[in-house]
Design a protein around this ligand. Structure first.
Ligand code: SAM
Length: 298
């Protein structure tokens, strides 16, 4: 047990990052309940949502709102409160704080201020989906949400594959996706990685209608297309293999894209790289390194 929680003593001041259920309320841990009861305040992504959870478990701790738009701004005040001796828990609407959810800024600010940051583990959609996906669980990459626009999404998928060396073993990419975009994303996966690319779609995890669809991307898309409507929360897992020899790999398309932008928009190389980095959702230095790799290969 963490030194901050020994022998039934009162909780020590600090930032407690507490995981909450992703559907099934039985997935809250005994430790999470004790900590949520004992802290001075619970910083929540959506106070109304968390209040339902607290009411269910008869927890009367005060709540305060910390969401993605105010997290950085609220951090200083909360850190001051912890310095004065408060115990503050951070929860999100579901799952682990900091994983495609608020929490990271607060954790960093507390670490910077040399305050205790205590993780309280529990449910998380990405790992819950991964372990039952049937895909490789030894090597995986959590990517979270892909860009919403098709061009940037395909470019990001290409950039991910370009980061695999040619002889690398397959890697499972773990994505969060919204139901209204899942068909577009599966179509992009089929375009970029091939229609035979194996995927697993995990829907409504831990809930009454939990479902897994497993198979080639095109087949999973066809199964979804047969439905009137695709609903529910979902995690998409993709078996990513390095580009096969002769396949149009990302490095070639990077040079093509630079030429295209020069021709269509008159951009010089630096301006084109800046634009491509934005399109692909990666940093300028990452794109620059990719360009160096391509040029060194020639
Ligand atoms: N922090 C959360 C976690 O630890 O899993 C993730 C928050 S993120 C804003 C929400 C996304 O997680 C959803 O859009 C969906 O992709 C995924 N998700 C959350 N709950 C889920 C569930 N019960 N079943 C499937 N996917 C879920």
């Amino acid at each position: 047990m963490a030194v901050t929680e020994q022998d039934g003593a009162p909780l020590a001041p600090g930032l407690y990052l507490v995981a909450t259920p992703i559907g099934n309320l039985e997935d809250i841990t005994l430790r999470a309940l004790r900590i949520l009861r004992s802290v001075d305040r619970i910083a929540c992504e959506d106070t109304r949502q968390t209040q339902k959870l607290l009411n269910h478990f008869g927890i009367e701790t005060k709540t305060t709102s910390v969401h993605e738009h105010n997290e950085a701004g609220r951090a200083a005040g909360l850190i001051d409160d912890i310095r004065k001796g408060e115990r503050i828990a951070v929860v999100t609407d579901a799952g682990m704080p900091g994983i495609s959810d608020p929490g990271m800024h607060l954790a960093r600010a507390a670490i910077e201020a040399r305050l205790a940051v205590i993780p309280v583990p529990g449910a998380n959609a990405a790992l819950t989906a991964l372990i039952a996906s049937g895909l490789d669980t030894e090597r995986f990459l959590f990517e979270g949400f892909l860009p919403p626009k098709q061009g940037a999404r395909q470019a990001r998928l290409e950039a991910l594959r370009a980061s695999l060396s040619e002889d690398a073993a397959p890697l499972t990419v773990v994505l969060y996706e919204a139901p209204h975009r899942i068909l577009e994303t599966l179509a992009d996966i089929a375009v970029v990685y091939g229609s035979e690319c194996r995927v697993a779609l995990a829907r409504e995890l831990t809930k009454l209608h939990e479902e897994f669809l497993r198979g080639p991307a095109a087949e999973v898309a066809a199964q979804l297309q047969e439905r009137d409507r695709v609903r529910g929360e979902m995690v998409l897992l993709v078996e990513m293999r390095p580009a096969a020899a002769g396949e149009a790999a990302a490095p070639v398309s990077l040079l093509e894209r630079i030429r295209e932008l020069a021709a269509s928009e008159g951009l010089d190389e630096m301006a084109a790289l800046k634009k491509i980095a934005k399109e692909r959702g990666v940093s300028k230095s990452e794109i620059y390194r990719e360009l160096q790799r391509v040029r060194n290969k020639k």
